[in-house]
Design a protein around this ligand. Structure first.
Ligand code: FMN
Length: 175
């Protein structure tokens, strides 16, 4: 398998914590970890296997100048990447208990954006085991999420097993 670039934001968030867990599970020789706030399209272009991780925080927080998310500034960079031959996987921090109508929407928003540019997304996850009403991240007749939802707020005890199952899947789906 080719080297993986794990891009996360914001710095200091649960997304960073999970990104570090993923790096450890793949082994640090196999995966680099990069804060999206410090990344450019060129940094992402270097990898054929890419993981992106972000929280869903609602539009107000996402757009807030005070909230240094990193992903909002990176938005224009997505169009500069040539996605040919790349495999991209997404994970998202969210909370379906407090936000059942917008569960991990950010995964869906970013997935849609990069798919417009021809990106191939892997690491789809069954909705089984997640109780929620609506999400922008649904695919395959609402039977799957386009990436992996992680709930560190109310289900932190499930994070380890969710990650290890997903990583086994990515080992088969990455190049
Ligand atoms: C203001 C605010 C809005 C949020 N909106 C959503 C949401 O729309 N959908 C969702 O799944 N989670 C939502 N969440 C939950 C966060 O994604 C979750 O708590 C995440 O772990 C936050 O990142 P942190 O742990 O680094 O603070 C929201 C949290 C906050 C504080």
């Amino acid at each position: 398998m080719k080297k993986i670039g794990i891009f996360f934001g914001p710095i200091g968030s649960s997304a960073e914590k999970v990104a570090k867990m993923i790096q450890q599970m793949f082994g640090s020789d196999n995966a680099d970890i990069i804060a999206i706030r410090e990344a450019t399209a060129q940094d992402m272009q270097k990898y054929d296997n890419i993981i992106m991780g972000m929280p869903t925080l609602g539009k107000d927080v996402w757009d807030s100048e005070k909230h240094v998310n990193g992903w909002d500034d990176f938005r224009p960079e997505f169009a500069k990447i040539d996605y040919t031959g790349k495999k991209i996987a997404l994970f998202g921090l969210g909370d379906q208990i407090s936000y059942p109508n917008n569960f991990v929407d950010s995964i869906g928003n970013i997935a849609n954006r990069i798919m417009e540019h021809g990106a191939q997304i892997v690491g789809h996850v069954s909705t089984e085991g997640y109780e929620f009403n609506e999400s922008n991240a649904l695919i395959d007749n609402d039977t799957k999420f386009v990436g992996l939802p992680i709930n560190e707020t109310h289900e932190p005890e499930l994070t380890g097993q969710r990650l290890s199952k997903w990583i086994d899947q990515l080992k088969n789906e990455f190049i």
